[in-house]
Design a protein around this ligand. Sequence first.
Ligand code: CA
Length: 240
Amino acid sequence: MSQSGQFRNRLILVIEDEPRMLDLVRITLEGAGFVVSGAMSGQEGLGKLRDEIPDLVVLDLNLPDISGFEVLREIRNTVQVPVIMLTVQASDDDRIFGLELGADDYLGKPFNHRELVSRIKAVLRRAEMPAPVTRGAVKVDDNLSVDLDKREAIVAGTAVHLRPTEFKLLYQFLNNPGRILTHEQLLSRVWGAEYRDDTQILRLYINYLRKKLEPNPEGPKYITNERGLGYRFIDYKAGG
Ligand code: CA
């Protein structure tokens, strides 16, 4: 059974000032069963956000009136709605800044239409997910599960001890499947705010975890790099 009907008629607000791009996104999303509301400026977008209460916002960062970051900040102060940023420049700084302001994902222009649809579905799925896992066993796949009570991983049927910091790091990943976590987010959540620039220690612990969990630590499948941004854990809740 496919999930194609799962998000039918969800309302997607697209804030994009270029008419051709807005049309393109609208056609793509409507073709995938979404309902689309378009806004061609930041102000119009924020107005529609309050009036229409969309299920998800696709936000172009490059807007004529107010910056996309300003819009994002305003959205985060107003409602709990998932946001996917569209970025033109290949600037890692922009993406990091956006993710830290609370965007859920980003796509660089030009993007593949199917990619946009699959990102939207993944973000909606996470947003509609039940409360974070805190107890019991979490099954990632046939090879890996994590016992949250014992704080150990079970890798290919064998219990693997995790040190406290390794467990805290893994816990962040388990609660954010498929989502990019920036270096700074991971450092401040696991080590504390004063460590937020210490990417060295983060890399070290990512390596520890990979050696313990990954079938092939050199070609990781659970914890993948988002170059210059952070790490993404496998979307194990997406289902097969
Ligand atoms: Ca634009």
